[in-house]
Design a protein. Structure first.
Length: 207
């Protein structure tokens, strides 16, 4: 969630247990090959979760029809062409077909084995700018909050999982240095990299 820092990929394996009340918990493993040019991030997420009741096929179809109509209505209101309106309607229909939803909050302790990120340099005449990511600590601890939309096919769930994460440890810091050849460095700044947004897709099997 920072300008100039590209998105990266995270792989995960989760286990969840839910009770009749809808309350439950989740845990698992996370691996990010590279984040802000620092390699090998590992995490162990632990979260308390709540799953809504399962909607019937009739409820899902009704919700899908409403989602399609709403999306098409907004597209028509803003003057989109027919093709875009139809695509919005199809997306609204599919997104509204979920069987149930999950909401969760938890923490992810982790560690980083990679070293500080590579240096990026740019020059404009006598002026220069250098940027890099510095690893301040091998440890991390994110506070997580997110939701999941479950689309059931037999005992499998297709999942869409948006979430926010805040790292309470100064694990990574974005560093910037600017100056000129004649005078050397004139500016040095740093910004801790704490906020992250993830959007995941997954496949689950219900025991």
């Amino acid at each position: 969630m920072y300008k100039g820092i590209d998105a990266d990929m995270t792989l995960g394996l989760d286990y969840g247990r839910f009770f009749w009340s809808g309350l439950g918990f989740r845990t698992g493993l996370r691996y990010t090959p590279s984040l802000a040019e620092v390699d090998n991030h590992f995490g162990l997420p632990v979260a308390i979760a709540y799953r809504t009741r399962a909607r019937s096929p009739r409820e899902r179809l009704g919700s899908g029809a409403w989602g399609a109509a709403e999306s098409a209505g907004w597209g028509g209101l803003y003057g989109e062409d027919l093709g875009d309106v139809l695509k919005d309607a199809a997306a609204g229909f599919l997104l509204s077909l979920f069987r149930d939803m999950e909401f969760y909050a938890g923490v992810t302790p982790g560690f980083v084995t990679g070293s500080s990120g590579s240096l990026s340099e740019s020059y404009s005449g006598p002026f220069w700018e250098k940027e890099w990511t510095e690893k301040r600590s091998p440890l991390s601890l994110t506070v997580d909050a997110g939701m999941t939309l479950n689309y059931q096919i037999w005992r499998f769930d297709l999942k869409l999982m948006p979430a926010f994460h805040y790292n309470v440890v100064r694990t990574l810091v974005s560093r910037t240095s600017r100056g000129a050849e004649e005078v050397g460095e004139r500016y040095s700044g740093e910004q801790p990299i704490r906020w992250f947004f993830s959007f995941g897709g997954g496949l689950a099997f219900r025991f």
